[in-house]
Design a protein around this ligand. Sequence first.
Ligand code: 5RP
Length: 234
Amino acid sequence: MNDTEALKYAAAAKALEFVEPGMKLGLGSGSTSAAFVELLGMKVRDGLNVICTATSNDITQKARSLGIALAPLADLAPLDLAVDGADEADPALDLIKGGGGALTREKIVEAAAERLIVIADERKWVKHLGRFPLPVEVVEFSHPVTRMHIAKTATAFGYGDIPIALRHKNGAPFKTDNGNLIYDCTFGEITDVPALADALSCLPGVVEHGLFVGMAEALVLARAGGVEVIKPVR
Ligand code: 5RP
């Protein structure tokens, strides 16, 4: 295991302390969430009783293979707790998510949870969101027109003519678990996160974007020097 992987497991192990018997849990997606699911699976094997819902097909498969009980979100909501990774987190604990493409299901699941705990290694901690390209999930129909709306919004908000790239995987456009496409939008430093989030949400053709505003209760941040639980400064 390399250093970054070890930090992911360290954050995931700390987040397990938030889990209590009988809880209804939301499982995030990505490699840090996968580490959490692995450790949760060990607890379940030792007798922990929880029921979970997953934010992607990958994590559903992983949780199932580890013997973790799963149910649809609609049968479980409201959830007691969701645990998920992030691509960036700022001091307000606003997040960029969706590097793995699961942003829409993550937002639906996490908005249905009483508490969201974010787990991350130190690379994800930033002063300002926006260096990581913001994923925006769009319907396939006429998606270049949706791209045009995103570009106009970026210009109107003063970010200029930003790079907006259709995500590809294995030489073809990447499809989300919902059958949609993703545009990765490099805004640079995002100066007003809630305003941009609201504007993107209103665009025709946009299904969801990866700005998670005011949702996280705490960030479990693993650094080389140790693991810290960070509360939002709002
Ligand atoms: C997936 C996500 C992930 O949480 C995010 O991309 C972080 O992934 P990783 O833990 O692999 O760095 O939002 O849609």
